[in-house]
Design a protein around this ligand. Sequence first.
Ligand code: BMA
Length: 369
Amino acid sequence: MTRSNILLLALACGVSACGTTGKDSAASDTQTPAEELRQKILDSSANGKVLFGHHDDPVYGHEWAWDTGRSDIHETVGDYPAVMSWDLGAIELGKDANLDNVPFDRMRKEVQAQHARGGINTFSWHLFNPVNGHDSWDISDTTVVHQMVTDPEIMKRYDEQLDYVAAFFNSLTDKSGKKIPVIFRPWHEHTGSWFFWGADLCTPEDYKALWHHMRERMDQAGVDNVLWAYSPDRIRTAEQFYERYPGDDYVDIVGVDVYHFGGTDGLDRYREDAARSLDIVRGIASERGKIAAFTETGLESVTMPEWWTDVLLPILREHPVAYVVVWRNAHDKPTHFYAPYKGHESEMDFLRFYGDSLTVFAKGLNGEI
Ligand code: BMA
């Protein structure tokens, strides 16, 4: 464990997490499911470990889809990711499957399986907006968020959307009927302007109101199994991070999304942006008693065969956070993948990444929380 990790843990315990959740895991009887998950992640981070995550890992991968028991990561290293990432987009329309066609029933089963193997689940939400029904990437109407937090009719529709999300989280139970704790990371990458909730699309006040309203509605619906993650796209300063921060009462995890674009040419920029962004969230996490995370990253098609140990691992070693998530391996877009698969040219390097003492996959997390 590095000195900065020890400091991080000491501050985290001093400020809130250990203060509200009991001094150690022995107090788990009195913890809510979310508090148990928080403690589990803090313990792992205090041990100097970084949990590895992958989006939609066990439901499809590079050139396969919907089989059960498959996973590109498992087929590469013989282990599942410690963190499974999912997306709820389209649940708000009452659909049976999300925007990438993952059935919600299947997602629930995989969340239960991941929980049973000791792993963690995190959710993003690429929703269809409640104003004109267009997808998250439609930025043609700059009034959507404002309407969602001020127009009574649109607010009612937003509430109905939130009720679908709440019902899903409430339906996540283990075999004994106990709620499964998960991470929810709504309104992500809002420092960019490619989603309808992005920086140029709404004011900081309206953005924060989205969060506040969401949280009230979820609390009213009895959702007590969620850790809330706030995750801008790459950031330059702490001020930029705080500009739209909904407040300590609304956030458990402070993260950041930074992708590696442009292969070798974009390497320096990626290293600099990732290092700076991670240091900002690490500093904020330690000041405020939050968990720090690398909530999304990756190099599309993993075009550098040693990307895992040459690029990502050194970043994680020098700027450690609780977990890192790489995006999906699409089954229907041959170049849209961020993790290796059996036979990919970065497979051997990913095995080294897997074997490094810094990284943790599902087998490194023992049993149910
Ligand atoms: C994006 C891409 C899209 C996908 C969306 C939600 O980054 O992977 O193809 O629909 O995420 O998962």
